[in-house]
Design a protein around this ligand. Structure first.
Ligand SMILES: [Zn+2]
Length: 238
């Protein structure tokens, strides 16, 4: 879990007793076995815990905000929330529907102008109506699929892993194991924390971004303005 930034080896725990007091440190294991091969990278357990807690809280807060965005998206009307492949298929179907609606609308004019006979007109009108009904049904199916996709995205377990810990006041072994991939010690003042679920986090951010870009209705755009600002903060803070 805890690694030296220079040699990439693990850090080991060291207890120093001085004047009846006990101090816990971590030092590079390479250094411990051969002082010429690395430097000590010594960091106090207390300082390490304090820094990890502060960074973890920051990360949890970002994910709480991300979770709020996802919950908001889930409640948004369907026309703004379709996603990826399903979304492109819906757009294509919408275009197809528009085409048939236009053709259907033009039929009456053709009939009046004598371009087609009355029976042709009736038959073609019926055909177009059937086609339009089919396409409308397909669109509804695609929309409900898109909704499922959003649901499964928004309620991801990894998010709960973080948001459940939003009130943490101290670092415990179980919190670290569930949220942190590894901690790299650069020196006693600098550590780098690699969080778990980074891919999922990036996916969720991309997803939110794509939804916000896709938003077409003015009303929703206004509603999203604040969230968009929040989202910029999330990106800036990571
Ligand atoms: Zn080292």
């Amino acid at each position: 879990m805890l690694f030296c930034d220079t040699c990439k080896n693990t850090m080991v725990r060291k207890i120093v007793r001085n004047k009846g007091k006990e101090y816990i440190y971590y030092i590079c294991s390479t250094y411990k076995s051969d002082k010429n091969k690395c430097t000590n990278h010594r960091i106090r357990d207390k300082a390490l815990r304090k820094t990890v807690l502060a960074v973890l809280k920051k990360q949890i807060n970002l994910i709480v905000e991300l979770d709020e965005l996802l919950n908001h998206i889930e409640k948004m009307p369907m026309d703004n929330t379709t996603y990826g492949k399903v979304d492109r298929r819906i757009v294509a179907k919408m275009k197809e529907l528009e085409k048939y609606n236009n053709l259907r609308a033009g039929l009456y004019g053709d009939f009046k102008a004598g371009v087609i006979t009355k029976s042709d007109y009736m038959e073609m009108k019926k055909d177009f109506e059937i086609r339009c009904n089919e396409i409308e049904k397909q669109i509804l199916e695609l929309e409900s699929r898109a909704k499922e996709l959003i649901k499964s995205k928004g309620k991801s377990a990894w998010i709960t892993n973080f948001t459940n810990n939003k009130n943490i006041t101290e670092i415990t072994r179980s919190i670290i194991v569930s949220l942190v991939e590894k901690i790299v010690v650069v020196d006693k003042k600098k550590i780098i924390i690699h969080f778990r679920f980074q891919d999922e986090y990036k996916d969720a951010i991309e997803y939110v971004e794509s939804i916000l870009q896709r938003s077409e209705s003015k009303d929703t755009k206004n509603k999203l303005k604040n969230i968009n600002n929040k989202f910029e903060n999330i990106k800036g803070g990571v």
